[in-house]
Design a protein around this ligand. Structure first.
Ligand code: NAD
Length: 302
């Protein structure tokens, strides 16, 4: 059993840290914005800083919102880098920029420690059920050490390549998810306007070539009008920003990713940032002047 540090105990981090405690590990935890009561009650030890977490742990996990938050946790005041000693492993499970990740890994390696980028897919449901998909970038020896810990939080765990490749895979995942939400939204909207029952259309499509988890889960949300998050539009905008900024740097075009980002931007402009990302369909409904299942589109999504 290991001493594990866990930094960032929000929607995802709280259940993930809980699984590690249940797995018999000793957890040292820190969150810059809240007291993680639930994890402390389960037996986690609260630290005063990320530095203290790193001093007390062999493996340090971060699960914070965005690239600047990871940078602050790793290299800011009283941060992980100040508590590291040679041989420890830093594991970032947040979804952040692949290029910045390579730089963070280089700085951690310079302190004699390995770095793994290990973002996840599966949402809060997957975090609670310990069924996350985990996409890893980094050296094989560190992956072999941390794999049993990943197995307490997830099911489909893949070492994709070197540092940054885990984050690149997560960006690719978010491109597919956004474009598929858009496709399912257009399809159900088309069917509904044509007079077919969108619930039955979804049911009929689920056996065929057009089936997907998005049709199953988010198609149902669209039909039942359930847009409580889940995965917030604001977080998906962050992920598509990573895709579009990366595409610009590499000199390639991602036309439909750009369209989906504009649809999320429109959703946000109508007060929908905190809605589930399946609420992208509300913007398509505004454009079509038709709501799935009938009724008049609402201008205010909030
Ligand atoms: P969240 O906002 O619920 O939790 C993040 C936590 O990090 C907060 O409690 C915040 O106080 C803390 N934090 C921020 N900066 C910090 C710092 N410098 N030091 C210590 N703590 C800090 O976010 P979440 O939904 O748990 O998402 C975390 C990451 O997981 C994001 O990158 C997100 O894109 C990714 N993700 C989320 C989901 C989801 O469904 N929510 C699914 C897959 C991936």
């Amino acid at each position: 059993m290991s001493n594990i540090g866990f930094i960032g105990l929000g929607i995802m981090g709280t259940p993930m840290a809980g699984h590690l405690i249940k797995g018999g590990h000793t957890l040292f935890v820190y969150d810059a914005g809240r007291k993680p009561e639930e994890v402390i009650q389960q037996g986690g030890t609260l630290c005063e800083s990320s530095q203290e977490v790193a001093e007390k742990s062999e493996i340090i996990i971060t699960m914070v919102p965005d690239t600047p938050n990871v940078e602050a946790a790793l290299f800011g005041e009283k941060s992980v880098s100040q508590g590291l000693s040679s041989g420890k492993i830093v594991v970032d499970m947040s979804s952040i920029a692949p290029l910045a990740t390579k730089e963070f890994a280089r700085r951690v390696n310079a302190l004699g420690c390995d770095y793994l980028d290990a973002p996840v897919s599966g949402g809060d449901v997957g975090a609670k059920a310990a069924s996350l998909t985990i996409m890893v970038g980094g050296p094989e020896r560190a992956f072999a050490t941390v794999k049993p810990i990943f197995e307490l939080m997830g099911k489909n765990i893949t070492l994709v390549g070197g540092n940054g490749d885990g984050q690149t895979t997560k960006v690719a995942n978010q491109i597919i998810v956004a474009l598929t939400i858009e496709a399912v939204g257009e399809a159900l909207l088309f069917a509904s306007k044509a007079g077919a029952d969108p619930a039955r259309v979804r049911q009929a499509l689920m056996g065929g070539f057009a089936n997907s988890r998005i049709l199953e889960v988010h198609g149902e949300r669209m039909v039942k009008r359930n847009f409580a998050p889940g995965f917030r539009i604001a977080l998906h905008q962050k992920d598509l920003n990573l895709a579009l900024a990366g595409a610009r740097e590499m000199g390639i075009s991602l036309p439909n990713t750009a369209t989906c980002q504009e649809l999320f931007n429109a959703a946000a402009a109508h007060g929908g940032s905190a809605r589930d990302h399946s609420a992208m369909v509300r913007v398509l409904e505004l454009l079509a002047n038709h709501e799935i299942g009938g009724g008049t589109p609402l201008g205010d999504m909030g």
